[in-house]
Design a protein around this ligand. Sequence first.
Ligand SMILES: [Zn+2]
Length: 254
Amino acid sequence: MRLTVVGCAGLFPGPSSAASSYLVECPGSVPDRPQRLLVDLGSGALGPLQRIVSPAELDAVLLSNLDPDHCADLSTLYVMLRYAPSGPVRIPIWGPAGTLSRLVDLTGLESPEEIRSVFEIFEWAAESPVTVGTLTITPYRVNHQGDSFGLRITDDSSVLAYTGDTSICPALLALADRADLLLAAATLPERRAGLRGSHLTGGLAGTVAANASARRLILTHLPVWTDSQHVLAAAAGSYRGPLEIAQPGRTYEL
Ligand SMILES: [Zn+2]
């Protein structure tokens, strides 16, 4: 399995990164190319995605939550797929409850049927695995506003765990249990670690990685005003394994 960071900015796009979007690829059931899942398509992510892959060749889009920094560019993906010169392309989307109505709002279209002409929409059920080709995705409900999920993606040999947006919650341990790579959204500054919030800090992400015995930790979803070295140092205080801050365009082999 291979993970490529399309965008990793938290809350909104920054000058050097789109908001959340991650491409997951692995050999599998599709002839002549890898299987391709896109995890989130946040604001600004459709542009850099095209530097990596043709969006028409995505096998599915997986949404962790319906905040703009995770799904806003589905409105631009809709236009791209609907009006493709070679004819409309239809791809499946898995997301939280309300994904269809969210897409109606984002696109400004009046009819859900117009959305369904491009996106085949399915809703997560907590801890009910979904299969796409040879990949299995298990959604874990996490602690964030609305219906929000962390995603555990597995193939025959490796496990990728993505926290999505969440504060510390028991589901994170199952989500990240012995994962080969834990992609953790560390959005809050450490000074807010003790407050009730809807995001992790670097230190909390490190604690989750250590307690779950994750083999590698990538910190992501930092807002532009965050000191990344401070986040990294906080995570290193509780996690002793390989650790880094996500960078747009970077690829990680699992
Ligand atoms: Zn977010």
